[in-house]
Design a protein around this ligand. Structure first.
Ligand SMILES: Nc1ncnc2c1ncn2[C@@H]1O[C@H](COP(=O)(O)OP(=O)(O)OP(=O)(O)O)[C@@H](O)[C@H]1O
Length: 232
């Protein structure tokens, strides 16, 4: 007997949302499977960050279905949604959003502890991830790290709980060119290595080109982005 196919890590259907009478999403539909990556591009103000907020369950859409790891989050109570987010999702922000007075180890391990890992498990995972991502373990605070190292720490924190879905909002926007390339390479290697779905919002087509799929959000709709050749 064959088992039923796993549900997509992310599924949107009929997603509709207005802000101040402006239609940001006009019936969006989308699926992203585990092990796959998606880049979302679009002009400033088109709703990219709002879309991530909807996926995280922090913004409730006016209409439509949002499923994360096979469960519809739109109908969940706020506490259940928060637990589902913690158990199945990771997030990387543009400026890392780390706790600057904690060490990289503490920043990553804390995310594991909050999700229910034991102190030993959280510490081991944090040490292993940071070592693999090239972050100096001896740093006493994240203020001592370079911008690239800080963003790698943020990536480690995003995956420490082995999420089904990793979201990233302009994850390379604050980095110089060298770090932009290496953090982008790292991010887009994660779906294959950790079997998660990766959704990256970015203005940067050099970053987006690494994704399995690129969509352009504009005027409430999402369409395939132009091929790279056409935008040079
Ligand atoms: N909480 C809010 N209250 C009122 N308006 C909001 C709120 N959040 C977002 N908006 C508006 O919704 C629109 C979409 O914002 P959003 O941040 O999602 O766009 P974006 O595509 O991520 O933009 P950028 O690329 O500049 O970061 C913008 O016009 C913004 O001003």
């Amino acid at each position: 007997m064959t088992s039923p196919p796993a549900p997509p890590a992310v599924r949107l259907h009929g997603l509709t949302h207005c802000i101040d009478d402006r239609l940001l999403f006009d019936g969006l539909a989308l699926e992203v499977g585990r092990g796959r990556s998606l880049a979302i591009l679009g002009p400033s103000g088109c709703g990219k960050s709002t879309l991530l907020s909807v996926l995280l369950g922090l913004t409730s859409p006016d209409a439509g279905i949002v499923e994360i790891a096979g469960a519809e989050i739109t109908g969940m109570s706020p506490s259940r949604r928060a637990r589902h987010r913690r158990d199945h999702m990771g997030m990387v922000f543009q400026f890392g959003e780390l706790l600057p007075e904690l060490s990289p180890m503490e920043n990553v391990a804390l995310a594991g502890l909050l999700a229910g890992l034991s102190r030993k498990q959280a510490t081991e995972r944090a040490r292993d991830l940071l070592g693999r991502l090239g972050v100096p373990l001896a740093a006493r605070t994240t203020a001592q790290l370079s911008g690239g190292e800080r963003q790698r720490t943020a990536v480690a924190r995003g995956i420490v709980n082995r999420p089904a879905v990793l979201l990233a909002d302009e994850p390379t926007g604050a980095l110089d060119e060298h770090n932009r390339e290496s953090v982008a390479d790292l991010l887009f290697s994660l779906p294959a290595e950790y079997d998660c779905a990766l959704v990256v919002v970015t203005h940067d087509r050099q970053v987006a080109r690494r994704a399995d799929r690129r969509l352009l959000l504009s005027d409430g709709s999402m369409l395939p982005d132009e091929p790279m050749e056409a935008v040079r």
